[in-house]
Write a protein that binds this ligand. Structure first.
Ligand SMILES: [Zn+2]
Length: 486
């Protein structure tokens, strides 16, 4: 236990031969007493035995039978065992009995008082493991097993159960596996402690629970250290920052008594808590992190305008970093990166954006049917009648344009429409363009979106040059403004 141990197994104290004598039972002492008299020349006639009882060598009294002593011991032991079931107890270790042969009648007048004195003298003690630092007992534990549990507790303040189990398994196998992505592998664990453990008897109350012993071990011991004063330090600030009282600081530093300020750079003795056990852990860890994929859009002339196609779906890449870190009592003291690499390149998502314009093939999205202009009238009730489309007037150019690709189905004058063109877009939609000055397409002709089909005019029932524009979906009139906007 003393000094450094290279691995986690602190050896438990061995049960030496030396303590054998200390644990000797009372009955053995009686046997020794009786041996003294075996084979001596006393005549049995008229002789009787009596027993002198001593506590730590001091005479208490005399009883006529060793059973009196045994009985007192047994009674006290039974009582103590009921209170401390889990402990190995010993009672009356300090008692010794010496047998003597005497003549005369049995005078046992003071036997009762001897019993009482004995009962008082009998101490209950438990076998324990004293854990010591520099000869001072830090705490008592029940046994070496408890000590090992406490040491395990120390380890577990610096790593998870899972890590410790994996470390122990690897140690046993004599091989440390490389950590998987996102995992760690402890490759070295050492505990340094200047502790001694000794088997001793103690009062049962002195024996600490594992939890209390662990807390004591972790709390640390005050150690004297030099502190270099900084500009503006006072005895108060230094005491406070080290969790000490000013009085204690002055005691440690002779001659500080009257000082209110400390010279910068001067050395001050302070107490710092140093844990009783120094735990150093070396870990290998493999961290995995994703590399985000990008979205790439490319124009494609083989795909119809308005259509998009995912040519390749994207996938995130992955990079991994393998590093070794060493911590001492939880503080990182070193880190080394062994590998840092991309293990999987990201795959960008590729989207093809169609640019192909085909006459007659609708894009599904309408374009403004004039060259600019403004909406002079919307669809809805007007002058006591229903206005079936929108009117667009005062454009910047005169061309009337196909709102989407399609096939011309009707051209020419029709009642109040004047010259009109109807285009079937092949996807359930048809559009109508009215009041045209002239028409430049023929029925059956396929048109691309935006293709000129005539010139804006004032034919039919019209009060000025404008375009009357209607949209039908599956034969039903709809408001053109729900599908086009300027
Ligand atoms: Zn109109």
């Amino acid at each position: 236990m003393q000094g450094s141990t290279d691995n986690s197994n602190l050896s438990s104290p061995s049960s030496g031969q030396k303590r054998q004598g200390k644990f000797r039972k009372v009955s053995l002492a009686i046997l020794m007493g009786s041996l003294l008299f075996t084979g001596t020349g006393f005549a049995k006639e008229g002789l009787r035995d009596q027993y002198h009882v001593y506590e730590d060598g001091e005479y208490i009294g005399t009883v006529k039978s060793p059973e009196v002593v045994d009985h007192a011991v047994d009674e006290k032991k039974a009582e103590a065992e009921a209170a401390h079931e889990d402990l190995e107890l010993v009672v009356g270790r300090e008692l010794s009995v010496v047998k003597e042969k005497v003549f005369g009648s049995n005078d046992s007048a003071d036997e009762e008082s001897v019993k009482e004195m004995m009962d008082e003298a009998l101490t209950v003690e438990a076998k324990s493991l004293a854990v010591q630092v520099g000869g001072d007992t830090l705490f008592h534990l029940k046994d070496a097993e408890a000590f090992n549990r406490v040491i395990r507790g120390v380890k577990l303040t610096h790593m998870t159960e899972e890590e410790l189990a994996a470390y122990e398994a690897a140690q046993e196998a004599g091989e440390f596996p490389e950590p998987e992505a996102g995992k760690t592998q402890v490759t070295h664990l050492s505990l340094k402690a200047d502790l001694q453990a000794k088997e001793v008897y103690t009062a049962p109350e002195n024996i600490k629970t594992d939890e209390d012993a662990l807390a004591l071990l972790l709390s640390g011991k005050p150690v004297e250290r030099d502190y270099t004063a900084e500009e503006g330090d006072t005895p108060e600030t230094v005491a406070k920052s080290h969790g000490m009282s000013v009085e204690r600081l002055q005691e440690l530093n002779d001659g500080m008594g009257g000082q209110t300020e400390l010279d910068a750079g001067s050395t001050v003795k302070v107490l710092v808590e140093e844990p009783y056990v120094e735990v150093s852990v070396t870990r290998k860890q493999r961290e995995a992190s994703p590399i985000a994929h990008q979205k790439v859009t490319k124009n494609d002339r083989s795909i119809l305008k308005g259509e998009k196609k995912v040519a390749r779906s994207g996938k995130d890449g992955r990079k991994e970093k393998l590093s070794v870190t060493e911590t001492v009592n939880g503080e990182k003291v070193s880190e080394k990166v062994l590998e840092d690499e991309v293990v999987e390149e990201p795959v960008d998502e590729l989207i093809l954006n169609g640019t192909k314009v085909v006459q007659g093939a609708a894009t599904g999205q309408f374009a403004w049917p004039a060259q600019g202009g403004y909406i002079s009238s919307k669809k809805g009730p007007r002058w006591g009648r229903q206005h079936n489309g929108i009117d667009i007037a005062r454009p910047s150019g005169e061309a009337i344009l196909a709102a989407d690709a399609g096939t011309v189905t009707e051209t020419g004058p029709l009642g109040g429409f004047g010259n009109r063109v109807v285009v079937d877009h092949g996807n359930g939609y048809t559009t109508l363009y009215a009041h045209l000055e002239s028409i430049s397409v023929k029925p059956g002709q396929k048109l691309a979106q935006g293709q000129k089909l005539g010139v804006m005019g004032n034919t039919g029932n019209s009060t000025g040059v404008h375009l009357h524009f209607e949209v039908r979906k599956n034969g039903q009139l709809i408001d053109p403004l729900t599908v086009v906007s300027k």
